[in-house]
Design a binder for this molecule. Sequence first.
Ligand code: ADP
Length: 300
Amino acid sequence: TVKKGKKKEEEPPKKDESVEETKDTKETKPEEKEKFECPGPDHELAEMLERDIVQKDPNVHWEDIADLTEAKRLLEEAVVLPMWMPDFFKGIRRPWRGVLMVGPPGTGKTLLAKAVATECGTTFFNVSSSTLTSKYRGESEKLVRLLFSMARHYAPSTIFIDEIDSLCSKRGSESEHEASRRVKSELLVQMDGMSSEQGKLVMVLAATNFPWDIDEALRRRLEKRIYIPLPSSEGREALLGINLREISTSQDLSLSDVASWLEGYSGADITNVCRDAAMMTMRMRIAGLKPSEIRSLGRE
Ligand code: ADP
């Protein structure tokens, strides 16, 4: 199904403008690839995957993510560097086939996956278990197969599977459905086959809040595991800074004080607090006003 570099000259230079905009990624961005063509009856499934899952440029950068320096370093080592220096990452230094990010919800796992895709210009496949198993139950394993051949076609690619525990819980457990067992087996087979093709780097990045629920065979294939903790006090302060960078705040606001009050909050919680706080001026302004007065305020 993959025809190498045949049509490149005919391709219209569609993405030029966006490449100009994101200067940082300009060098690493892959050139526009020939569209994935799937002959035969699976044509529609391939179109659906392309429409729902492939995300060309998620536009999240390392500096948009607070804290997590260790996780960023590990991901860079596991995903970004093998792409830049393939000759070094051979034999015993071969890149990890799969990376599992583990940690409480809302700590930035999805953001990290998007940043990986942006920073190294890979094609980003954002897969949730519902996409693979929902409507097309009987065809789920076919979807998995298509997903991986599409990823190989658009290589280098990153396949991000969120909440992988719900897709790949332990085999033989009570909740297991026949269809999900087949999806799981297909996933295992595809991940095994990934390294065989030279120069076609496909990396599986998975995230979960329940690592102990994942099937052992799959856990073995997700060779590198990264723990994404709740933000530290510096992390919370940095995150407050990131969230509040677009609005003006009071001179005497001390972010480090606020950060110390937010111990135990996840990144998503802190973002919510900031969103709520950012609404305060508006709330104060409209307190006691009638709807018509509020509407005229909006026009000011
Ligand atoms: P999960 O770990 O559940 O995948 P997400 O990556 O989806 O969490 O994070 C949810 C939201 O929380 C993000 O959209 C972002 O606004 C905020 N967030 C969480 N952690 C961070 C972080 N370290 N830096 C910046 N924003 C963060």
